[in-house]
Each structure stands twice: as structure tokens, then as C-alpha cells.
Design a protein. Sequence first.
Length: 90
Amino acid sequence: MKPEFSTVTSKGQLVIPAKLRRKLGIQKGTRVAITEDNHRLVLQPITRKYIDSLWGSLKEGPSLVDALTEDRRREFEIEERKIKNYRTRR
């Protein structure tokens, strides 16, 4: 790809050429992740397409719903024992 050029303003702003904005789906308000890699700036637009591409790369971990359900079940059992102990002392 042929390089595009832009100039940094006194406020540190950089205009991304329209051709690249259209190609990458960058619109007003689009967030852009900026990283440095071997003295190069890498800009990654955080678009819906980019987020969707990451979705499949996430490893499936333990179910948070199952963990929360199990935690609540244990808490319920503890409370039930407390109630039972209280009733037997009376």
C-alpha cells in the first residue's frame, strides 16, 4: 500500500486521511488504540468489526453464572444451619 502522509498539529492532533478512515470504518467518535512497536506508532480503530474479530480469540473459562450459583447455594446452606442452631438452643 502506498503511504499516506499527515502532519501533527501544535496540539498533538493528527488527521487520518479520508481514504483510510473510510477503508477502516473510522467515523467521528471512533476510539483508536495507539501503541508503540519498535519506534513505530500503531493505530487500531476500536470498531464493531474489530471487537467481533476478538470475540473468537477469547478462551472460554469457567461459567461465572455457575460459580455465582454455587456460591449462593453455599451461603444459603450456612444460613440454614445458623437458623437450625438458633432454633435448637431456644
